[in-house]
Design a protein around this ligand. Sequence first.
Ligand code: NAD
Length: 309
Amino acid sequence: MNSNETLLEKPTQAMMPVGRMHMPDRKFIEEQFPEPVMPACAINKVLKGQKAIVTGGSSGIGKGVATALGHAGADVLVNYTSRAEEAEKVAEELRRCGSRAITCKADVSKEDQVQAMFKRAIEEFGTVDILINNAGLQKDAPVDQMTLAQWQQVLDVNLTGQFLCAREAIREFKRRGVRKDVSCAAGKIICISSVHEVIPWAGHVNYAASKGGVMLMMKSIAQEVAPHRIRVNSVAPGAIRTPINMQAWDTPEAYKDLLKLIPYKRIGEPIEIGRAAVWLASDDSDYIHGATIFVDGGMTLYPGFETGG
Ligand code: NAD
């Protein structure tokens, strides 16, 4: 164990996925596959002294990422749009671990609110080193029944929101430059994309279009800002146990169907996206740039072909 390494991660309340913590249809899983075992991982303070913004940080993946960043030593602004008390709970967990944490209400699709959020982070923390572009939503409908409002809202939040936040982060990273005492990069942006940046998704054309957009936005920004030593990458989750997709894991039948899409035969947990984000935000991944890391239990491996097609 090195001096930065502390304890083994034990799930705390704030790390737990929202919703019922059951493993549906255990009999089916035990009969078919080895029982899933969640890894216990050492927590290293690899982000000590760094300042982060996590959008949509009060629930699901955002909550898992904010918690992981805090445990890794970062100070965190937890952004939310509703349910301030949930954001405050995440911030309290981070303070308990010794990080500074504040909450900030802002709609990421609104330019003035995004700018106010960055201003607040810079006033409180002095600067921003890490942006986690996580806020997102779904408004599903068959394409011929999808309203313009449904299309527009998903694009506004999932794509334009990520652009607005990335733009403010880059302005701050360029203004400030490299802080050699905390990182060899001037700043890190991590876009939470989705396996649907590459997998088409019938009935969700607005969502898939937004995530496909995130992929090329991320890569184009990465190409443009690399000389400034600003690193930009994505994490593309598969099926993670959060409120956004509760209907896919909340009943034994749904869970059984879901496993058909996951070669590793278990759903992912928000903290697993958190661990990937910590690594991408740390100097351990300093030469990773413009990449999408799929954290999906193999969902992008065309599981329909696992028996030979
Ligand atoms: P979630 O619903 O728990 O979290 C989404 C968060 O975004 C919520 O906290 C919500 O309040 C916030 N948000 C929504 N609109 C916002 C806005 N205008 N401004 C600021 N915040 C806003 O769901 P989640 O699964 O944790 O989703 C987080 C991200 O992960 C999303 O971008 C989603 O597309 C992506 N993702 C999730 C999964 C999964 O399986 N759960 C898979 C792939 C990608």
